[in-house]
Design a binder for this molecule. Structure first.
Ligand SMILES: [Zn+2]
Length: 416
């Protein structure tokens, strides 16, 4: 595929990936500088004011370039401080025939790449993937390391696309890499590791949807995710979304197995981070969750999920709003209960209702935030800050919200 064809697809689907984030954020400012310069030539008397304005715009540009830039969002890992992780990365590089790893960086979102020997590893993947899966997937990224800039822009962003033309292009571009990596680590092995990666990504996206709110971020996001993976079976409970056309097409072409993952993952890699670095990564992840193009300012106000009950009223309001749209009249939370009991939970069209989540049915998914809100008002609290579905009442009775919601869906009469 020619560079021109790649560029055409990118320009059609998402041109913003061609520019660094700070430039996208500064589009308005970048107009001020040349317009100001042109103004200087035309209006003499206002020269000083214009120059001042341009100076301010230039300062703001610099501020935008620095703020939450690449280095801020992707702190460097010193190999000597993380020996187990560094050893695993070199092992993967060795398998792919790469002699030198030039740099290791962390990211708050579920990314992984090894372009030109520079490794970026996302915290969610480090927490959710076993050492074996991580090594397998990193080997594939090292095999892919020599890709050009346009190629990388296209394939990393659109391995997950549903746009058919982009998916087809990505499939053609990456087939050789997948095949080469499969020869090194085993195609079946790679197929399983990839599916586990999608599972971890889906579980982490759900965590962000549940715990990240506009303008603020949970500073214990990764502690929470680790706890839910290790102690709450989150990965088993979240159904990964069906793979994108590109990924499914590639796996099929190469004859890698499909369907549920039956083997259990091995142990994860051990590494520890300074609190300051982890906080920065949580903030960067929340920034991305609220604003995928990173155009706005990163959230500045932090809270901790383990400090107290998380307010689920925002999610509850979304569900009630969906009920209002469905019945065509102002709906109450009780209307949602009645809709779900009537088997119409799947018809509720709300923001998080379509994503992979740990709830067995759309009806349960919609009821959980409403039940939680109503029970908390009646004095129920959650004994574990990260297991919000388990509530204990003032009289000492325990309620599992998922079980209660499922019973309501199956006909148990319930008044909120
Ligand atoms: Zn759900």
């Amino acid at each position: 595929m020619s560079r021109w064809q790649m560029l055409k697809i990118i320009l059609r689907v998402k041109p913003s990936v061609l520019l660094p984030g700070w430039m996208v954020r500064s589009t308005g400012l970048m107009v001020i500088v040349p317009v100001g310069a042109a103004g200087l030539l035309v209006v003499g008397p206002l020269r000083w004011m214009l120059m001042g304005l341009m100076g301010l715009a230039a300062l703001a540009l610099l501020w935008n370039a620095g703020r939450a830039g690449y280095r801020w969002r992707n702190p460097v890992l010193i190999p000597a401080e993380h020996p187990e992780l560094a050893a695993l990365v070199s092992e993967a590089a060795g398998l792919a025939g790469v002699a030198v790893v030039r740099e290791m960086r962390l990211s708050g979102v579920a990314v992984m790449s090894a372009r030109k020997g520079r490794v970026i590893l996302g915290m969610p993947l480090l927490i959710g993937l076993s050492r074996d899966d991580l090594r397998t997937l990193l080997t594939m990224e090292f095999v892919y390391r020599r890709s050009g800039w346009l190629d990388a822009c296209l394939t990393h962003a659109w391995l997950t696309t549903t746009d058919e033309q982009a998916a087809h292009a990505v499939q053609r571009l990456r087939r050789g890499h997948w095949e080469a990596a499969g020869k090194i680590v085993g195609g079946d092995r790679l197929g399983v590791a990839l599916r586990r990666r999608w599972q971890v990504e889906a579980a982490f996206l759900w965590c962000m949807a549940r715990f990240v709110y506009q303008g603020t971020y949970p500073a214990d996001l990764f502690k929470l995710f680790r706890w839910k993976v290790e102690h709450d079976r989150l990965l088993d409970r979240v159904e990964p979304p069906p793979p994108s056309p590109a990924a499914r097409g590639l796996a099929r072409e190469l004859g890698w197995p499909d369907g549920p993952i039956t083997s259990t993952p091995g142990p994860t890699v051990f590494f520890r981070l300074a609190e300051k670095v982890e906080d920065r990564l949580c903030r960067a992840a929340a920034h991305w969750a609220q604003d995928e193009d990173l155009k706005g300012a990163p959230p500045s106000h932090a809270f901790r999920v383990d400090d107290g009950p998380v307010d689920s009223s925002g999610i509850a309001a979304l569900v009630t709003q969906a009920a209002t749209e469905l019945i065509g009249a102002e709906a109450t939370p009780q209307d949602v209960v009645d809709l779900v009991a009537a088997g119409r939970g799947g018809e509720l069209d709300w923001r998080y209702g379509h994503m992979s989540c740990p709830h067995p049915t759309p009806g349960v998914c919609a009821l959980v935030p409403l039940l939680e809100q109503s029970l908390r008002k009646r004095g129920y609290t959650s004994p574990h800050p990260y297991k919000l579905r388990e509530l204990v009442g003032p009289a000492g009775d325990t309620i599992d919200l998922h079980e209660l919601a499922a019973k309501i869906e199956n006909g148990l009469p319930y008044e909120l």
